[in-house]
Design a binder for this molecule. Structure first.
Ligand SMILES: *Cc1c(COP(=O)(O)O)cnc(C)c1O
Length: 346
């Protein structure tokens, strides 16, 4: 990862790391610069940290992304005010749709305009190679449980030179972690995080081969056997272990129920309790009906080929069964264009 040990602050997870980086920088530098940019597809904890800063008087631009989920670099550069933009928040791998942002190019634009770059790398560290210097991150969040480590621990990289980043702490106290995060460090959790990171680094290329093979099998199995399904997010700029698919004319929650033996999710893990369509898919311009039909498949180190076969089999069976009960699917088969129907308002 190329960071110095002194640049790592242990936290309770990526949620806290994102809060600390964003609010910490805003509070330290806020008198000089008070504009922040965050992608609309950032994790809730990034967006909510920005919202809370807005209530304190900061101005925030929630930057749209293209329909493939990737930031348009020109739109980003135009949104930066070189005299007032303090910080750009951009995630590396998106947790819902797996797209990978062109983070190096984003970092170059930030450097050019004297703006800091905060990277949420919770879904990237341990899965793909990440070098904080290469991607020009000034701060970067990580989470142990996203790389098979213990829950309740994470870290924030805080650059110490070129430039040296300063943060106001959120938690006051004994001054641990160079004053940036007080509180006795949870050594058992930190040891667990270290061990999971070491295993991830050792096995990264083997994991990648295994995951790529299974992900391709799942993708081609679904796309060749289920009609009217759509991949959400960029075709190529993606982490292979995340496959987010819309099954047109199938209610996502019903399919989720039917697939209960498989750990898939609708929307993000955090907001799946609500029946709101995913704001990430909405930011890609996926319409509300289609967003409701999406499911996210995660393929990881411990996924087996038999599980992929079973998943394909169950999806084919239940999508067919659910569509068989859907009047909309019948209309679609009859060639009626759904968008041409004037629905009655209730
Ligand atoms: C999981 C996740 C978080 C939150 O991490 P916790 O360690 O669970 O707090 C933040 N950002 C992304 C991209 C994530 O995937």
């Amino acid at each position: 990862m190329a960071a110095d040990a002194k640049e790592i602050i242990f936290t309770s997870g990526a949620t806290e790391s994102n809060n600390l980086a964003i609010k910490g920088m805003a509070h330290f530098y806020g008198k000089k610069r008070n504009h922040i940019i965050a992608l609309q597809t950032e994790h809730k904890c990034v967006l909510d940290s920005c919202r809370s800063l807005e209530r304190e008087g900061f101005s925030v631009t929630y930057l749209p992304v293209k329909t493939d989920g990737i930031v348009d670099l020109k739109v980003l550069e135009d949104a930066i005010d070189p005299n007032n933009t303090l910080l750009v928040c951009a995630m590396l791998v998106n947790n819902e749709i797996g797209v990978v942002q062109p983070i190096k190019a984003i970092g170059d634009i930030c450097r050019k305009h004297g703006t800091f770059l905060h990277v949420d790398a919770a879904q990237a560290v341990g899965k793909i190679p990440v070098d904080v210097n290469d991607i020009r991150a000034d701060t970067m969040s990580m989470s142990a449980h996203k790389m098979y480590g213990p829950k309740g621990v994470g870290a924030l990289f805080v650059r110490r030179k070129q430039p040296r980043i300063r943060l106001d702490s959120i938690i006051s106290g004994g001054g641990q972690e160079r004053g940036m995060r007080s509180g006795t460090l949870p050594s058992p959790l930190i040891v667990g995080m270290g061990a999971s990171a070491a295993i991830a680094a050792r096995d990264m290329s083997a994991d990648h081969l295994h995951i790529t093979k299974l992900a391709e099998k799942l993708r081609s199995g679904l796309f060749s056997r289920v009609p009217e399904i759509y991949l959400n997010g960029s075709e190529n700029e993606r982490y292979v272990g995340n496959l987010n698919v819309s099954f047109a004319f199938v209610e996502g929650e019903s399919l989720l129920m039917a697939l209960k033996e498989i750990a898939v999710s609708s929307g993000s893990a955090c907001t799946s309790a609500s029946l709101e369509p995913s704001y990430v898919l909405r930011a890609l311009g996926v319409d509300e009906a289609m967003a409701h039909t999406s499911l996210r498949f995660g393929i990881g180190r411990f996924t087996s080929e038999a599980e992929i076969d079973r998943t394909i089999e169950l999806c084919v069976k239940y999508v067919d069964r659910l569509r068989g009960m859907s009047p909309l699917w019948d209309m679609h088969l009859e060639g009626i264009d759904m968008n041409s129907i004037a629905w009655t308002q209730h």
